[in-house]
Design a protein around this ligand. Sequence first.
Ligand code: ZN
Length: 207
Amino acid sequence: MRSASGKLYHSLNQKREEGDNVNINIQNTGWIEVICGSMFSGKTEELIKRIRRAEYARQKIMVFKPIIDNRYDHENIVSHSQMQAPSIPISEASEIYEHLTEDVQIVAVDEAQFFDESLIGICNDLADRGIRVIVAGLDQDYKGNPFGCMPQLLAIAEYVTKNLAICLKCGNPANRTQRTIHSSEQILVGSTDSYEARCRNCHEVLD
Ligand SMILES: [Zn+2]
């Protein structure tokens, strides 16, 4: 397994090396970034953007997603805007370790809310080993409650990006996901037409 003495540099440090006068020297350390928000807030798009930037820098990155998420594609993570990146589908968070290679610098996880709480310890462990961990997921379920392991991940993350969508009803900033069909299951995968972004005024929980 990779030691903490890797080749990871914080972007500020890369800037410093390029000649900028930034006196912050963060290196040989991992961290956790969380990208959260409602559906249609561009979380996966933001994740793919960060993956692309890392690829341009020739950093070794591994992307995981839960097998439960079979929308659009089985191997790629795909945003609503059809951006995509190759990924490894797994059913348990612990399977990340089975795929991890010595040289990996970044581990990304999409749709993290579908994993159980073991993902929290695993993200911490990877960051402790010097790996940059990027986690994207829904912070709230369709009732507006914190979703799965996301609240704990938000608490332990160094960096949090909370995206807002636009309320389909009134146009206000939206941080909730409205389910438009009747079902009491927390997870209803597959049809994005069963959901829309809503603000707190327009969000309602259907019975
Ligand atoms: Zn609204």
